[in-house]
Design a binder for this molecule. Structure first.
Ligand SMILES: NC(=O)c1ccc[n+]([C@@H]2O[C@H](COP(=O)([O-])OP(=O)(O)OC[C@H]3O[C@@H](n4cnc5c(N)ncnc54)[C@H](OP(=O)(O)O)[C@@H]3O)[C@@H](O)[C@H]2O)c1
Length: 231
């Protein structure tokens, strides 16, 4: 059976990935910080015919990542989706920078997805699809950025993209395909109510893209519609 592990699966884009893969018959390992308050995940998990287990994981806490990896020893993971992310403070600029917020965002958006990938590397390498996805953002594209603002978030996603690209080169010999994707501007707590895409539209398009990826796509940065984005 195809299987997927999703971080930050309690709400937003992560929850929609869990919903769609589970409804499609996949084994879903849904990771979130507070399973006890993840009502929609719990409802999904209790639905007859759905194969979804909920795992407590704070992606900035190595012990909690390792605990889940240990629980899942022997399980293959076809697709690992590093989705959990934060925006940090958007209202800061040079002269009034908030380095605590920046450090927290780098921990969550850059170090955490790499730690999670390290922890589940064997699970993914043993699978059929062997796909690692970083949910990045077009806001991390240097080539695509012409206006100021959001330095904290933008720099974290640029760094994530470089880490992804390096990871792809390092793991090529193990057969892994690793990509960064921009989910579009999506109506979630982070994206806000003015966003142009519903989580359903974004995730449907991304799942379609994942199916079309080839080994030669490893290390690339894609928009949700399958077009490549500039670094
Ligand atoms: N929405 C957009 O328009 C948009 C655009 C480009 C990229 N993205 C990216 O898409 C991803 C998902 O965003 P979203 O729009 O769904 O945001 P969201 O609605 O704010 O949800 C963020 C998710 O990340 C989880 N999370 C944050 N820090 C975590 C941690 N340390 N450990 C575990 N989980 C953590 C949250 O869990 P809690 O519930 O526990 O806080 C929540 O499930 C992010 O990486 C974001 O940067 C979003």
């Amino acid at each position: 059976m195809d299987s997927v592990l999703i971080t930050g699966a309690g709400r937003g884009i992560g929850l929609e990935f869990a919903r769609q893969y589970a409804t499609d018959g996949w084994q879903v390992f849904a990771c979130c910080r507070t399973p006890e308050s993840a009502e929609e995940l719990n409802t999904l998990s209790a639905t007859p015919g759905i194969k979804l287990s909920i795992h407590k994981m704070d992606t900035t806490d190595e012990a909690s990542i390792k605990a889940v990896a240990d629980d899942l020893v022997g399980e293959e993971i076809d697709v690992l989706i590093n989705n959990a992310g934060i925006s940090g403070r958007r209202d800061v600029e040079v002269g009034s920078m908030d380095y605590d917020s920046w450090a927290e965002v780098m921990q969550t958006n850059v170090f955490a997805p790499i730690k999670v990938t390290e922890a589940f590397m064997d699970h993914v390498c043993e699978s059929y699809m062997q796909l690692v996805v970083m949910i990045s953002s077009r806001m991390g594209s240097i080539g695509d950025t012409t206006s100021s603002g959001s330095m904290i978030y933008r720099s974290s996603k640029s760094a994530l993209n470089m880490a992804m690209h390096s990871l792809a080169l390092e793991t090529k010999s193990r057969g892994l395909t690793t990509v960064s994707v921009h989910p579009g501007w999506v109506r979630t707590d982070m994206g806000g109510s003015e966003a142009t895409l519903t989580p359903h539209e974004s995730v449907s398009a991304l799942r379609n893209l994942f199916f079309q990826l080839r080994d030669s796509d490893s290390g690339k940065f894609f928009n949700y519609d399958g077009t490549e984005l500039p670094w």
